[in-house]
Write a protein that binds this ligand. Structure first.
Ligand code: CUK
Ligand code: CUA
Length: 673
């Protein structure tokens, strides 16, 4: 096992080595063959009295000197009306009136509400974060693949059983939140998100802002790109990124050429895996057309290599276009192999199912290790960012089913800058692409790109420096058929010098950028530190999301009892088991104490009988790892064993009233003899 990257040990040569590798890999679209030698990529920025390669920001280890350079940088290109740099005009993003830009305030005064919900993936925190736009205030966190004491998630029986059945992992790496759609617009019902780490897809119920289902997708190790099938959420689609033996049961471990990547479709209601498609190469990001037929995935490892040198060898990879109705037909016709209970259809290039006029999967050559796929609001084009090519490839989705050679569906390929990762839209004919290596957002004209020569940079209208190294960017409702423009978020991977230092693990930096209707220049108005590592976010106007403010007990009728003060009590259910039921209200539980026997398995059911919003009662039992959070009209249950005799104070963990501290009960565990 050799790994060249470890050969040099001092920090400086590691940086040089990385730079060299990137320089060697970043392709020039005009002539990919010629790049990769030692030539300069020609990219530099002219600053007053200073010429600095944009990527020098990647190298700078110390904040010293960087801050001033960054200021100069931002100032040089982003001309604000008053000549200030973005950091002068509110980059601090502290939410005060000083924090709002002179021209485009994002400040939401006390007592007023944001216009948009933003749902952020939490990366390896495993959670979804709800952030108000434009204030950037964090409103809520929804635990998904993690456990969360403040919400009792992973503590009560229901959520811990769900996590257990979904593989019993202690974490997940969520990247791509997607809102459910009806008629191509957000219906406010559900949010779906992937777990890249363990190959899962979860569903969050937006009535309660709570995870209500998780599927551990069979036959894949990781689910990366994830999307719902527009326009009516027929499936949740997930890309298996890591190629592995199928099934991964010990066969073919030393034959990587036999490994395979799978494209999976999950039923959004039952949350079961409906079918999978085996493909050549790997699968990275996915989006769908607006009419329910096409799903387009990127592939960065067409080489099917197992190490970085091989994965980046070729100058071309693919976009893969899945024909959903054709796949459904193949499944219906029985043209599949069942693996671990799931129909797996063969969508490799050699497959018979791919030979006719209606192939299941169309392979379209694309430069080079592409990353994102996003379909524009009118559904005409899919935009595939080149990552190691400075271009975005536009696929004409109307043509895909008509042309003999799918390559003829390529409708444009503007050159936008170095390290293009993701594209978003303002609904007025502009695309915005994040440039990871250049640390910029490029705004460009879609129709001009369709008319320009491949590789032309003419369609680029403007570039905005961001700080630093953006991944996803999202504009308001950009994934619907009717984007709202106005604001764009750049989810920057690195924050470097932008915040007070907090040790060597830095926050990410989500920057709020005013784009208006796309006719004016972009303007950064806020920096927002984000706990690592959000990848993507999605926005919905507040009119489209209607959460309940208290529970509706009809939603759990038949599953859990509703416990009032009158029916609180202890019921012996077996020789070594009891069912304890208690109501809760300000400021007492249904019982001041209850008694169980040493060794009893205790099922504890607690209802919050209040109907007043925002009055939550907690249930903590010291030394038993018991922690419930019970919202008004909700009931939660937990099962544990009373192992050791003694007295255990039960207390409420939410400061619910002036008598909150007195809101207590005693669990008395009597010795067995
Ligand atoms: S991926 Cu992270 S920046 Cu998982 Cu959508 Cu592109
Ligand atoms: Cu109930 Cu504090």
């Amino acid at each position: 096992m050799s790994n060249d990257a470890n050969d040099s040990s001092d920090a400086e040569s590691l940086v040089e080595e990385h730079e060299q590798r990137i320089n060697d890999l970043v392709a020039d679209v005009d002539d990919p063959a010629e790049l990769g030698a030692d030539e300069d990529d020609g990219f530099s920025m002219q600053l007053a009295g200073l010429e600095l390669d944009r990527r020098d920001f990647m190298k700078a280890g110390a904040a010293t000197g960087l801050a001033s350079a960054a200021g100069a940088f931002a100032g040089c290109q982003t001309a604000l009306p008053d000549g200030k740099t973005p950091s002068d005009s509110g980059g601090g993003g502290d939410g005060g009136s000083q924090g709002a830009s002179a021209s485009h305030g994002h400040f939401v005064p006390p007592g007023e509400k944001d216009e948009y919900y933003g749902f952020w993936s939490g990366g390896h925190s495993g959670e979804i974060r709800v952030i108000g736009i434009p204030s950037m205030r964090e409103l809520q966190r929804i635990p998904v693949f993690n456990t969360e004491p403040a919400r009792g998630y992973g503590f009560d029986d229901q959520s811990s059983e769900m996590l257990e059945q979904a593989g019993d992992y202690t974490w997940g790496d969520n990247h791509h939140p997607n809102l459910s759609e009806t008629d191509g617009d957000y219906d406010g019902e559900y949010l779906y998100v992937n777990d890249k780490a363990n190959g899962r897809i979860a569903r969050v119920n937006l009535k309660y802002f709570e995870t209500d289902a998780i599927v551990d997708v069979p036959n894949v190790q990781c689910i990366h790109g994830t999307t719902v099938l527009s326009p009516d959420t027929k499936y949740v689609l997930g890309n298996g990124e890591f190629r592995a033996p199928l099934p991964n049961d010990g066969r073919d471990v030393n034959n990587p050429e036999e490994y395979t990547a799978l494209f999976s479709a999950v039923d959004p209601e039952s949350m079961e895996t409906a079918w999978q498609v085996k493909v050549d190469g790997n699968l990275d990001i996915v989006d769908t057309g607006k009419e329910g037929r096409w799903a387009i995935s990127s592939c960065y490892n067409s080489e099917e290599a197992t190490e970085i040198q091989g994965m980046t060898r070729d100058d071309r990879d693919y976009a893969k276009v899945f024909d959903i109705p054709a796949i459904e037909q193949a499944v219906e016709n029985g043209n599949y192999e069942e693996v671990n209970g799931v129909p797996v259809v063969d969508g490799t290039r050699e497959s018979d199912l791919n030979s006719g006029d209606e192939p299941l999967v169309r392979y379209i050559s694309t430069p080079k290790s592409p990353h994102c796929v996003e379909v524009g609001p009118d559904g005409k084009y899919a935009f595939i960012a080149g990552k190691l090519s400075p271009t975005v490839t536009m696929l004409d989705l109307d043509k895909i089913g008509e042309v003999d050679d799918p390559a003829d569906a390529v409708a444009g390929r503007p050159k936008v800058g170095l390290g293009p990762l993701h594209t978003t839209f303002d609904g007025n004919g502009h695309a915005y692409t994040s440039l990871f290596i250049d640390s910029q957002v490029a705004k460009w004209d879609i129709e001009e790109a369709a008319n320009a020569e491949l590789g032309s940079s003419d369609p680029v209208i403007e570039k905005q420096d961001v700080h630093y190294n953006p991944g996803h960017i999202q504009a308001l409702e950009a994934m619907t058929t009717d984007p709202d423009g106005e604001w764009l978020i750049s989810l920057n991977k690195l924050s470097k010098d932008r915040f007070l230092p907090v040790g060597p693990i830095h926050p990410d930096n989500d920057q709020l950028i005013h784009i208006g209707d796309g006719e004016k220049e972009m303007e950064i108005v806020a920096d927002h530190p984000a706990y690592p590592e959000p990848h993507d976010c999605v926005f919905a106007h507040r009119d489209k999301i209607n959460p309940a403010t208290t529970w509706d007990k009809a939603d759990y009728e038949g599953e859990k009892p509703f416990v009032t003060a009158e029916n609180s009590g202890v019921e012996r259910t077996g020789e070594n088991s009891v069912h304890v039921k208690a109501s809760s209200k300000r400021s007492e539980y249904g019982m001041y104490d209850f008694t169980v026997q040493e060794g009893d398995e205790v099922r504890l059911t607690v209802t919050n009988v209040e109907g007043v919003r925002d009055i939550i009662h907690g249930v903590a039992i010291p030394e038993h790892d018991v922690n419930l959070a019970v919202a008004p009209q909700d009931t939660r249950e937990v099962t544990f064993t009373a192992d050791d005799p003694g007295v255990y104070w039960i207390y409420c963990t939410y400061f619910c009233s002036a008598l909150h501290l007195e809101m207590r009960s005693r669990m008395i565990v009597e010795p067995s003899e």
